[in-house]
Design a protein around this ligand. Structure first.
Ligand SMILES: *Cc1c(COP(=O)(O)O)cnc(C)c1O
Length: 400
């Protein structure tokens, strides 16, 4: 294949188009009846049956809807899986996946993961009899050491949120497959443009499509991709049975956002690289966490399992007292909770994304009052850096 040589190609298609191409055209490329290039929004809750025991393939939109089905087929191609399922949010998708397990089952989970995922597991599933070990999964030895007789799954984010630790997907797959369990990878931070966990041995990959996939800070969506027939039957039943499905309009917004995924990810990556290097030289900043630094302790691992670094950076301020001033004085960069959209956002994980995590655990994962997270958008890099420079100038010097 010509073109960008490190792009991944969709082997389930003939010809095997690159992810960027699949994202532009979607799975079905156009609507066959009218030739519409943009998939119609089938805003219908129910579908007429031609006759008794006959169906068009669509009956009731909680179960299946043509706009959602196009999104599900498209993300399945992009993630090199057989099946895709769309949910009303990332949390809806994660909750569906956990229902594949049973009370009594134990899961090993990345310790610094999205706070909402922590809350879902700890607040709800723990009460239902599931158990979880929160582990620094960037060490396969620690993962191995956390195994119990009842361990049935490993759930990881890589890179992790917000400390940008990288977990060896293939290594975790091997550990859990030895005992017939499932490896689940939350691929939100890199998107299928930069990383395909199923190719590396994961059983299930999932996304908060709210972030890079939809990409415009205008909709919530969650996506699951996998290739196992036995799981598909169960996941479809959970999706339809619980009803946290994605509506037609939000499915369409996600599809539309995904068309430009490749362009956006390249720009996010380039801007983040410039911002990360600038932050390193900033006198008010102590440490910068960014997987694209060649001296990041897991640079080699991330280069072997991913094709790029997205727009996510976190950093420690030298002094927690700088935090309020920084958040107040950014102007172009918006102080808001989320990531992966075209607009640059700054987040204070302590009070926002990771507020649900108990203090001792949060601190042990590195999330303290000096930690900031930046989702670098696709604006002009000079404008983003200029905005940070102006905001830092108003923070004063350490102790000053
Ligand atoms: C935002 C996020 C989620 C939750 O997704 P929602 O769409 O907000 O429900 C899960 N995982 C990661 C890594 C996230 O960033």
């Amino acid at each position: 294949m010509e073109g960008k040589d490190n792009e991944s190609h969709c082997k389930r298609q003939n010809p095997p188009y690159a992810v960027s191409t699949v994202m532009v055209h979607g799975a079905s490329r156009f609507e066959p009846r009218t030739g519409a290039v943009s998939v119609p929004i089938y805003q219908s809750s129910t579908f007429r049956h031609p006759a008794l025991n006959e169906t068009t393939g669509y009956d009731y939109s909680r179960g299946t809807n043509p706009t959602r089905a196009e999104l599900e087929r498209t993300i399945a191609l992009a993630e090199h899986g057989k099946y895709g399922l769309a949910f009303a949010s990332g949390m809806g998708a994660i909750s569906a996946v956990i229902k594949l397990f049973k009370p009594g089952d134990h899961l090993i989970v990345s310790e610094d993961l999205y706070g909402g995922t922590y809350r879902l597991f700890d607040e709800f599933y723990r009460a239902y009899g599931f158990s979880f070990s929160w582990v620094d999964t960037s060490s396969v030895n620690l993962v191995e050491a956390a195994l119990k007789p009842e361990t049935k799954g490993i759930f990881i984010e890589t890179p992790s949120n917000p400390m940008m630790k990288v977990t060896d997907i293939g290594g975790c797959a091997e550990i859990i497959h030895r005992r017939g369990g499932l490896l689940i990878v939350d691929n939100t931070f890199l998107s299928p443009y930069f990383q395909n966990p199923l190719d590396l041995g994961a059983d299930i990959t999932l996304h908060s499509a709210t972030k890079y996939l939809a990409g415009h800070n205008d909709t919530l969506a969650g996506l699951i991709v996998h290739s196992q027939d036995a799981l598909e039957e169960r996941l479809r039943l959970i999706q339809k049975g619980e009803g946290a499905t994605l509506g037609p309009f939000d499915s369409w917004l996600t599809l539309r956002g995904m068309k430009t995924l490749a362009l956006r990810m390249e720009r996010h990556q380039e801007n983040a690289r410039l911002v990360a290097h600038w932050l390193r030289k900033c006198p008010q900043v102590e440490t910068v966490f960014y997987t694209g630094f060649e001296d990041h302790s897991q640079y080699t691992l991330s280069s072997t399992q991913a094709r790029g670094h997205s727009g996510m950076i976190s950093f420690y301020l030298k002094d927690a007292a700088f935090a309020p001033a920084l958040l107040k004085n950014v102007s172009l960069i918006l102080f808001a909770e989320s990531l992966g959209g075209v607009e640059s956002l700054i987040t204070y994980p302590l009070v926002q994304t990771h507020n649900a995590i108990p203090e001792a655990m949060r601190l042990s994962a590195g999330v303290d009052d000096r930690l900031m997270r930046l989702s670098v958008g696709i604006e002009d890099a000079g404008d983003i850096i200029g905005d940070l420079e102006a905001a830092f100038a108003r923070c004063g010097k350490r102790g000053g």
